[in-house]
Design a protein around this ligand. Structure first.
Ligand code: ADP
Length: 589
């Protein structure tokens, strides 16, 4: 089991810097943003204007029986609503345009960054958590950048518009609202803090739901074979239970805050009526003005309510922003070298190399000294966990070694550009990774612009892929589905061998390449690998000795150290660790 990764605690960023950083993404879409805000403000201004006319309508139109005024008001209404409709469309469309662009950019940035972060980062973070960030967290950011902002600006402008109308008509009554305002503010502040906390927990819980589901789905066979259905179900139930609890907290906070604010606002209404009941005050107020102020106050409840809920949405978005930005702030792979190299001859040197995995106490590789001459085959043998794969992983700089040096053709690998370094290697590993594409495109993965169809076909033939694709109606153009689910282990392995053949790199790394195969496939693959290995430096991470007897050098590793090195014959004669492994494997032969 890998230790569960817990990110280093970050100083709790306040909403301000997060929002500022999000706004940087909005910068490129400034025009859309301005149009959206203009649309929202116009929309609210029209609404506020509509309310301001209630007084005119009652006092002049109805009380004074001014039929001409009523006539023109009637004529104006459709035009007002047409303008309001246009403003609404402009606001919604522009804001969604900005929002979807921002989300796409953010998502692309996260995706790009996940490719750039070191392998160690992926070791320490579960795929489920990372996928939840790309999907769920970024969706939440979208909610903040479009829906929340829409309501915030539009309802905010509406509230201001209504307050202006109210103050214009009766500042005394309107002052009541100013007294109530700060109380509402305190409630909102308290609620938003809680929302932010709960939202963060929900996001974390959602990440757990995805990772537990993913593990069960990937390891379904293992689960049923070990009768671990109950354990997995319990684990899942525990996590979904936690998510539900957090969601309920969010819902109850929201419901309580809405009611609390409405109660506070109703106190304001009560106060207005009490003041208005004063006979001298009643004298100075027209029916129209009183009705308008009262209507404005009641209307204010809705935007105020919306503003409190939108705040929660906004806080949720900001919490998601924090999690996304935290990921974007992870250091990328250190591409410190600047040397470009076309094609090395294939000499590899490890000098006094030491390496410890992050979070491990014991060194994984200790004082490794090894020289591999160009064009030779070196086999690494040793117990599982002795550090064979780690050694090859350091060669491609998947991990950074602590001390010592690795040189390719006498050039320290750290002085090479990563792309240039990795171009020198082709890997065939037991863990076959295929992409959801055709067989041909999988063979030519990453090289489609450099190779011809003939090259792909030749590689497919040399890797014995055509042996099974010839009987398929679409041949090499057959879609293989997610990770080649419809193919056998041997077939998938052959595709990766063809990929390595096509890549034609000077160094070949074979990591237990033939262990998943039946005898028939193995024979073909051995032949394919032999032709692939010609004139190349080959490093074989081997488990079975039968395939490596002819290697130019066999290196025996134990607990991260090289304990023996030599040819098959010399090592057998030496009667050491290699002899022991040999005897165990060939007992009874
Ligand atoms: P081998 O290939 O000989 O089986 P490895 O190189 O895979 O051995 O592993 C060597 C040691 O390093 C083992 O103890 C293993 O647990 C540890 N190890 C391997 N990969 C990682 C990793 N990504 N993070 C931490 N420790 C690891």
């Amino acid at each position: 089991m890998k230790p569960k990764y817990s990110p280093p605690p970050v100083a709790p960023e306040s909403t301000g810097p997060l929002f500022k950083r999000l706004l940087k993404y909005v910068k490129n879409y400034r025009l859309g943003f301005v149009l959206a805000v203009a649309g929202m403000v116009s929309y609210s201004a029209i609404d506020a204007f509509f309310f301001s006319q209630i007084q005119n309508f009652i006092d002049n139109g109805l009380t004074e029986k001014n039929s001409e005024l009523l006539f023109y008001m009637g004529l104006a209404i459709p035009f007002i609503f047409i303008t309001r409709g246009i403003a609404n469309f402009l606001a919604t469309y522009s804001l969604s345009w900005v929002g979807t662009h921002v989300v796409n950019e953010l998502r692309q940035d996260v995706f790009n960054h996940l490719i750039k972060v070191p392998v160690a980062f992926h070791d320490q973070n579960s795929t489920g958590d990372l996928i939840a960030k790309i999907t769920y967290d970024i969706e939440q950011v979208q909610a903040a950048s479009s829906k929340a902002l829409m309501t915030l600006v539009r309802e905010g402008a509406f509230v201001i518009g209504l307050l202006v109308v109210m103050f214009y008509l009766s500042w005394q009554l309107s002052l009541v609202f100013l007294v109530i305002g700060p109380v509402v503010g305190v409630v909102v502040k308290h609620v938003s803090r809680r929302f932010r906390m709960v939202s963060k927990r929900i996001q974390k819980a959602m990440g757990n739901v995805t990772s537990v589901s993913e593990q069960m789905l990937n390891g379904h066979k293992v689960v049923v074979m070990h009768g671990a259905q109950g354990i997995e179900q319990q684990k899942f139930a525990h996590i979904t239970g936690k998510t539900r609890q957090q969601q309920m907290k969010l819902v109850s906070t929201r419901a309580l805050s809405v009611s609390a604010i409405q109660i506070i606002a109703s106190l304001a209404l009560a106060a207005v009526l009490l003041i208005a009941s004063n006979p001298s005050f009643l004298e100075s107020l027209s029916t129209g003005a009183f009705t308008t102020v009262l209507t404005c106050m009641m209307t204010l409840l809705r935007p105020l309510k919306l503003l409190t809920t939108v705040n929660s949405e906004f806080q949720k978005g900001m919490a998601a922003c924090a999690s996304v930005f935290e990921l974007l702030d992870e250091a990328a792979e250190d591409d410190c070298g600047d040397k470009e190299i076309e094609r090395i001859k294939g000499k590899i040197e490890f000098k006094q190399l030491n390496f410890t995995y992050l979070g491990k106490e014991q060194p994984t590789l200790k004082d490794i000294n090894l020289t591999i001459e160009p064009g030779t085959t070196v086999a690494l043998v040793g117990k599982s966990g002795s550090g064979k794969s780690t050694l090859t992983n350091l060669l491609t700089r998947f991990y950074e070694y602590d001390s010592g040096e690795i040189k390719l053709d006498d050039i320290p690998i750290k002085s090479l550009r990563l792309a240039s370094l990795r171009n020198q290697f082709a890997m065939v590993s037991q863990h076959v990774i295929l992409f959801n594409d055709t067989i041909a495109n999988n063979i030519a993965y990453g090289m489609l612009d450099k190779v011809s169809r003939e090259d792909i076909e030749a590689a497919a033939k040399a890797g014995y892929v055509t042996d099974f694709t010839d009987s398929m109606p679409l041949g090499l153009d057959t879609q293989i589905g997610e990770n080649g689910m419809n193919l056998s282990g041997g077939q998938r392995q052959r595709i990766t061998i063809a990929r390595a053949i096509l890549r034609d790199a000077p160094v070949l790394i074979l990591d237990e390449a033939t262990s998943a195969l039946d005898t028939e496939s193995e024979k073909q693959i051995q032949t394919a690998i032999e032709s692939l290995s010609q004139n190349k430096t080959v490093i074989v991470v081997a488990h079975r000795l039968s395939t490596i007897e002819n290697a130019d050098k066999i290196v025996v590793m134990d607990k991260g150290e090289i304990v023996e090195a030599g040819t098959h014959q010399t090592l057998l004669a030496h009667n050491g660790v290699y002899r022991q492994i040999y005897d165990i494997q060939f007992v009874g032969h």
